[in-house]
Design a protein around this ligand. Structure first.
Ligand code: FES
Length: 148
């Protein structure tokens, strides 16, 4: 004769549902709160001073390049008219590196389809604010960026 196995009390269904609902609420709060916290973070720091990023002829008209300035990506766009523009190339949504679309003449973030116009203004997608604009100057044939 085998000893009788102890009877387990059935787990109350209500307890299980409470734990599941609580876990879902925590996950939802984390997912919703993270972007809010990132939004409230201070803006990316601008370059501390003028920084030479290359020779003028390294930036052909109608093209764009990402250059590193103090360990941060800077998007440099040279229009067909030869005019330079520069932005800190970090998306204001979740800090992905943005890029220039020559076909659409806009700045795009591939992470969540954020779009900025050529003034750096956020025009579509989740980015909450414009890109940080940098000043660009030409000095003796060299391209220099600095805080706007
Ligand atoms: S990180 Fe750029 S759109 Fe989300």
């Amino acid at each position: 004769m085998q000893p009788e196995a102890p009877q387990l009390a059935p787990a109350p269904r209500r307890d299980f549902l409470s734990v599941a609902a609580g876990g879902s609420a925590v996950a939802f709060a984390a997912a919703a709160g993270y972007p809010v916290l990132r939004y409230m973070e201070p803006r990316t720091r601008p370059p501390s001073g003028p920084t030479t990023i290359g020779r003028q002829e390294e930036f052909p008209p109608g093209a764009a390049r990402i250059v590193a300035v103090e360990d941060r990506p800077v998007l440099v766009i040279r229009g067909e008219d030869g005019k330079f523009q520069a932005f800190v190339a970090l998306c204001t949504h979740l800090q992905c590196v943005v890029g220039y679309s020559k076909e659409r003449k806009q700045i795009e973030c591939g992470c969540h389809r954020g779009v900025y116009n050529l003034e750096g203004l956020n025009v579509a997608g989740p980015p909450p604010r414009p890109l940080e604009v940098l000043d660009v100057a030409l000095r003796d044939g060299m391209v220099v960026v600095s805080e706007a």
